[in-house]
Ligand binder design. Sequence first.
Ligand code: ZN
Length: 388
Amino acid sequence: MLEENIFQWQIKILKNLVKINSANIFTERLLEDSPYTPIERDVANYIRDLLSDLGYSPKLIGISEFRPNVYCKIAEGDPKLIFNAHMDTVTPAKGWAQDPFTPVIRNNKLYGLGAVDNKSAISIMLLIAKLWDKIETNAGLELHFTVGEEVAGSHIFGSLYLTQRLNTKADFCICFEPGTKGIRVGNMGFFRFMIETKGKAVHTGFSAWIKHGKGENAIVKMAEIAKRLGRIILPGEDPLFEHRRSCITFPTLIQGGSAINIVPDKCVAFGDARLLPIHTKEDVIKEIEKRLEGIDYKLTEIRYLPGWKIDPNNKYVRLLQKVASERLGFIPSINGVGPASEAYAYVSRGIPTVNFGPDGKAHIPNEFVDLESLRKVDEIILDFLKTV
Ligand SMILES: [Zn+2]
């Protein structure tokens, strides 16, 4: 059992983390995503200071000083493990009953922005660092606290940058994304893209347009594209991803036209494809090209993160399932899920990685973490370290 005073220490840390605003404004302004805006910097400094106080030598490693990841080696050992948490949160959704940056505990739930996604994860990792000398384990451990997850899953400023800089290698990695019901051994990928159409602007009152049809309506062209794309399901399934298929949705956002009395010369629309690991962005582009034959348009890539999966019978996955079952009183499923995460950065380097973390609700007003499950996850991870 985790001692009560240690758990209270963790809750205090979690509250402090919630109070530090690290809302990622670029979740709403994808195209402006910048390495020079200090989204996560205060959280990173807090983590660095705390780990230093515990006697470790954490390092800030970022593409710029404004978006630092925190890296901390806890110990060498075999097997070599990595724990990951991301430091950014979504921006507060409308409808909070309280200030999102003032943590409140009610009915054993801690409410606040980032409470479960992903500041509980940070608190778990700091707890492990604090207790490390008392944990009987042969394992080695690195902690990675990363930036930009809410925008990109694995971000080129975040886990992708950090793992490349460090040439990270390990036997197993846990990203503490919320949820004890399942150990996620795969994520859907995504491909976000923009399509532009061009027209010829002309005043709607001029005879060039009325009489001779001289001009071209870029929005009408886009309407044809929207009709041909709409919602496309790519053929193929994967038993790890139950009820999931690769799906292209277009458009999700649209802009066009300059005035009520001008034939529009430009239209821009955005699309989002969600992909099983069997499909890549090339499959999406090929499908779009096939459907849009004969139409003049320009497609630009905005963001791509491939889907992934690992062997569900990996020995560390099975061990985690076993120790989790004992603490939870049920057997967490082993499956693939929708949202992208930091895991891709590790899996793409050949490191088997899972998503597993405390329960709660995220990306909604009144985000919370269930403190009972946070405590259970702490204990599961301690058990895992002792038996690995
Ligand atoms: Zn998250």
